[in-house]
Design a protein around this ligand. Sequence first.
Ligand code: SAM
Ligand code: SF4
Ligand code: F3S
Length: 449
Amino acid sequence: MMYENIDFNSIDLTQEPPVSEPERQYYFIAKCRQYVKEQEELAGHPLTAAVVTFGCQMNARDSEKLSGILEQVGYTLSDSEEADFVIYNTCTVRDNANQRVYGRLGFCNSMKRKNPHKKIALCGCMMQEQNVIDKLKKSYRFVDLIFGTHNIFKFAELLCRMFESSGMIIDIWKDSDQIVEDLPVERKYPFKSGINIMFGCNNFCTYCIVPYVRGRERSRKPESVIAEVKALVKNGYKEITLLGQNVNSYSYGFPELLRELDKIEGDFRIRFMSSHPKDASHELIDAILECKKVCKHLHLPVQAGSDRILKLMNRRYTTADYLKIIDYARSKDPEFSFTTDLIVGFPSETYEEFCETKELIKKVKYDNIYSFVYSRRSGTKAAEMEDHISDKQKGLWLRELLLEQREVSTAWLSRFVGRTVTVLPTGEGRTGADYLTGKSDEDMIVEVK
Ligand code: SAM
Ligand code: SF4
Ligand code: F3S
């Protein structure tokens, strides 16, 4: 059953809600429509809702699902936090993402005092942490609804509960093996979209909070993924990004999935992220190179250039293993594009070990790097390790790394000079008023007149 074919107004609300999903949520969407209508009459204006997103593409995708439900229940979507309903979809991968949410909440509360109909909700990764919930319960009583990452599919039902109660509603699940398909979604762009192929992570890198807040790995069935991509292509989408914390452990075979998607007819390109080096195979590289629609680019987060640090991080590969994948790809295509994620200042990292990271980026020649200073996340193994590096030191190393990368990329990107590349423009450029910005197949930012 596709939700587009559902007539929500014909659902009989005198009956008990269905037990199975997604039918249960269809019932609550219908019910919620009535609440939104009632509220609208009280407020004397059409109700608006804003979804504010922090964090990675997983969260961006979840926000599209939240927006889809909000639209179906009768809200007009807005970008402004002055909206009648504001939901913050939070991230906790680093402490700064976490702190920003508290800042926004304070601001939003000042607006709630002026608008008695205003409701505030919180969801996403931060909500899976007990210390966050304790803090919200104690000092942020004005928040109306709180839920986590595992029960986001129940958003319509939770909205109903919010309208039926006057206090703070909290519903957090520890984990879930459920994947609910066929719920409404409002995609941010009409020409590019991320789609989940899997959820959660089993890797437990010692610095990382994601496995604790996103639960264990679950893969969507290839038929569901293929059907979603086909529908997007039919509707004119030009770029589809397959999302997972480690797409290489997709249960039904990732290279096979790429090959199946490549067979779909139409003018579009496929990207994916992220790929864990421990599972990146020659077969993956072969599939990328052989599939016409798959971008010739691999985001392969290495995190560090020292084997001792990689071991402490529980990454389960050495720099030599990592370089083997790079060498294989470049033996097939000497200009193959790689990007990466890097962490500087992991507990006990020495300056010499940090310099090994600098050496590695010179060796690999990345088109681009996403680098972060290590952020201590309580509950992770690394948080308990000794010899944490000072913020000042980490900041200096980060600057040094970025300077190194600037030199690397300036030289390496010159291979594109004089060449024609395919760009999907996504918005106004920075070069000037008549420029558009977009990305090439290689994930390089390009501005076009
Ligand atoms: N699953 C992806 C992978 O392993 O490649 C990464 C997902 S994570 C959301 C994105 C990046 O955030 C990681 O690759 C890592 O560089 C960074 N990160 C994760 N935990 C961090 C921490 N505690 N401090 C700093 N950066 C962190
Ligand atoms: Fe975090 Fe590692 Fe999982 Fe990536 S693979 S989400 S870094 S635990
Ligand atoms: Fe993504 Fe942040 Fe959660 S990076 S998975 S939104 S902790």
